[in-house]
Design a binder for this molecule. Structure first.
Ligand code: G
Ligand code: G
Ligand code: MN
Ligand code: NA
Length: 253
């Protein structure tokens, strides 16, 4: 069976698993939420990472099904955490070929209702390439999601083509500094300058700024000194299965 056919079947058979990576306040260390990161539990090849199958899904029209499966697991988990008293948010990645259309709005709305999750607890991460494909239509869909109360975040910020204009045109509340800048900021003055500029820009526009790829205490401290508010990275935790996260959270308390 070709991998594409296997993926189509695997999605229906429930082989996609959501891993989560926690995000914390840089100031207090408090865990604020998680990013959902999909894995494919392949019956023969084992656990596959997104770079091996997201491009395949994009080329073969499987992104809507994939996104639905991830949203379902992510929002369901968020509902469980919130009922257990954790006011956590969950962020879900939309791909460049995501179903940015009416169906997405309806399914997000139904999902939140079904799992009793407030819209503000869900953030959708978009990349600039997803906006570039069809800016006018994207804008309409994102405006409607924003009206629902869903949070919108620009992922991999700093790596795209026209980051700045999107901040003005789209109802975005958050930017995530791409990890390529954060990981080298202590060694490379130019990377540090880019991080500092994004933090300043985000702060001036009243956006939440999340630094990705924080791998050590020194980077954490420098980000806090620069006024960055939130972090995600191996220094806090690597992505982990949902069940492991529940234990990880309990162990931190
Ligand atoms: O999970 P990893 O830790 O390997 O993530 C690699 C990349 O895969 C992420 O940066 C993200 O762009 C993409 N990715 C992860 N999960 C999803 C998902 O559920 N949907 C989409 N579209 N992309 C995802
Ligand atoms: O959506 P996005 O591309 O931003 O997904 C985050 C990716 O970054 C995932 O592949 C995740 O495993 C990875 N990642 C998260 N934290 C770190 C980190 O501290 N260091 C490195 N090298 N990668 C990280
Ligand atoms: Mn992301
Ligand atoms: Na990123």
């Amino acid at each position: 069976l070709a991998l594409t056919a296997e993926l189509r079947q695997g999605i229906s058979a429930g082989q996609l698993e959501v891993y989560v990576q926690p995000q914390a306040s840089l100031h207090t260390g408090q865990v604020l939420g998680v990013e959902a990161l999909v894995r494919w539990r392949h019956p023969r090849h084992g656990l596959l990472f997104p770079d091996t199958f997201i491009p395949l899904a994009e080329r073969n029209g499987l992104i809507p099904q994939l996104t639905d499966a991830v949203l379902e697991q992510a929002v369901a988990a968020c509902g469980r955490w919130r009922r257990a008293g954790h006011r956590l948010t969950v962020s879900v990645n939309l791909s460049a070929r995501s179903n940015l259309n009416e169906n997405l709005i309806a399914s997000v709305q139904q999902l939140l209702t079904r799992h009793g999750v407030p819209a503000r607890a869900l953030t959708l991460e978009i990349t600039e390439s997803s906006v570039i494909r069809d800016p006018a239509r994207t804008r309409i869909v994102l405006d409607r999601l924003h009206d629902l109360g869903v949070g919108l975040s620009i992922d991999d910020f700093g790596t795209g083509y026209s980051s700045l204009s999107y901040l003005r045109q789209l109802p975005v509340q958050e930017v995530k500094i791409d990890k390529s800048f954060v990981m080298n900021m202590l060694a490379e003055a130019s990377d540090a300058a880019i991080v500092r500029s994004i933090v300043d820009l985000g702060t001036n526009l009243d956006l939440t700024v999340v630094a990705e790829g924080v791998e050590d205490a020194a980077t954490w401290a420098e980000l806090e000194r620069l006024g960055c508010t939130n972090m995600q990275g191996f220094y806090l935790a690597a992505p982990m299965p949902l069940a492991v996260f529940t234990d990880w959270l309990a162990a931190r308390e």
